[in-house]
Design a protein around this ligand. Structure first.
Ligand code: OKP
Ligand code: ZN
Length: 344
């Protein structure tokens, strides 16, 4: 299958993040994309093409206009305030505080438009996030045009980004933007299957009240793992979306046996939904050696995942999300894709 990737995505190059309550080296780094790109070239998965530029309209179908304006104007506001380097929010409008009026001060804005302090925002973030979203859109367009599957080598990732705020290394929700674009291009029903180790809180929230986009997520139980405040099994959708959100929170230490049981249940629900197109939020951090995660999938298990996904028999847009064992990320990611193609 074809891969979509732009070097502009590498320009977001964070040095630090706040993680586990401490300032630590950043893990969502450009080498993640580079190792996947090298593995694609090494294995001959298929061509690597640059994204088309889709402009702001498909982003605005999923994200609030004021949020996009904030991201776009962030660096100017940050430097006008005399700041430099990467920015971290430190105050949020949680319970009993107001989300409007929106503050004028940059520190208020950072809190208003984020939900964690672990996501560095820098000079190039907006451009890299846009290129990443364009990669997802280009892959969606290829699949809408008749390709069986395409791979958007997205980074920064997207699934934690809500319509109006960033977090979890995510700024623009690439998978949601692709799913919405597919709907607008004529798909009546789209399923988004999120196999990242972390719950896809942003994607869930974006489609929570809709029955035209089915969201399913396999992830570490939020009682024990980030993002902590969404991802429980009783979140089943609301209004017209009731029954169209399916969470599979799994215990820390889950291996292929437990994980694939949940995958089968997700496959059954997807097959009953009968979507026109599948979007896979392809996180590779369920890997046994992932430095920030606690599941136990092996590199061979990612081959099995690719085979299972191929068995769904659906036009499929793969959108990369997390995965932080950089040395193994290329192998694990391309294992899914090449097994999907029946070439592993
Ligand atoms: C993004 B994606 C580690 C702290 C983790 C945020 C994780 C974001 C994951 N103890 N901080 O879903 O891979
Ligand atoms: Zn993750």
């Amino acid at each position: 299958m074809k891969t979509i990737f732009s070097p502009v995505q590498l320009a977001h190059d964070p040095k630090h993040e706040i993680s586990d309550g401490m300032l630590k080296p950043a893990v969502e780094i450009p080498s993640r994309a580079e190792i996947v790109r090298s593995r694609i070239l090494e294995t001959g998965l298929g061509e690597i093409l640059p994204p088309e530029e889709f402009g702001l309209d498909p982003l605005a179908r999923v994200h609030a206009a004021d949020y996009l304006t904030f991201l776009e104007s962030f660096w100017e506001r940050w430097t006008n305030a005399g700041r430099s380097g990467e920015a971290f929010p430190f105050v949020w409008p949680v319970r009993e505080l107001r989300t409007s009026p929106v503050p004028d001060h940059i520190d208020g804005l950072l809190g208003r438009y984020s939900f964690d302090a672990g996501t560095p925002l820098g000079e190039e973030t907006w451009f890299a996030a846009r290129a990443s979203a364009d990669a997802a859109l280009t892959a969606a367009k290829l699949v809408a045009g008749g390709e069986r599957a395409a791979f958007a080598l997205c980074r920064p990732p997207g699934h934690h980004a809500h319509g109006g705020f960033y977090g979890g290394y995510c700024f623009l929700n690439n998978a949601a933007i692709a799913a919405q674009w597919l709907r607008d291009a004529g798909a009546e029903k789209v399923a988004v299957l999120d196999v990242d180790y972390h719950h896809g809180n942003g994607t869930q929230a974006i489609f929570y009240d809709r029955s035209d986009v089915l969201f399913l997520s396999l992830h570490a139980d939020p009682l024990e793992e980030y993002p902590y405040f969404l991802g429980h099994a009783d979140e089943t959708g609301e209004g017209a979306g009731e029954g169209f959100n399916v969470n599979f929170p799994l215990p820390l230490g889950t291996d292929w046996a437990g994980w694939s049981t949940a995958l089968k249940a997700a496959a059954d629900r997807i097959s009953r939904f009968a979507p026109d197109t599948l979007v896979v939020s392809l996180g590779l951090d369920a890997f046994e050696r992932d430095p920030i995660s606690k599941f136990r999938l092996t590199s061979e298990d990612f081959l099995r995942l690719g085979e299972e996904l191929a068995g769904f028999g659906l036009p499929t847009v793969f959108v990369m999300e997390g995965g932080y064992a950089v040395d193994a990320l290329g192998v694990n990611c391309v294992n899914v894709l090449s097994a999907f193609d029946g070439k592993a």
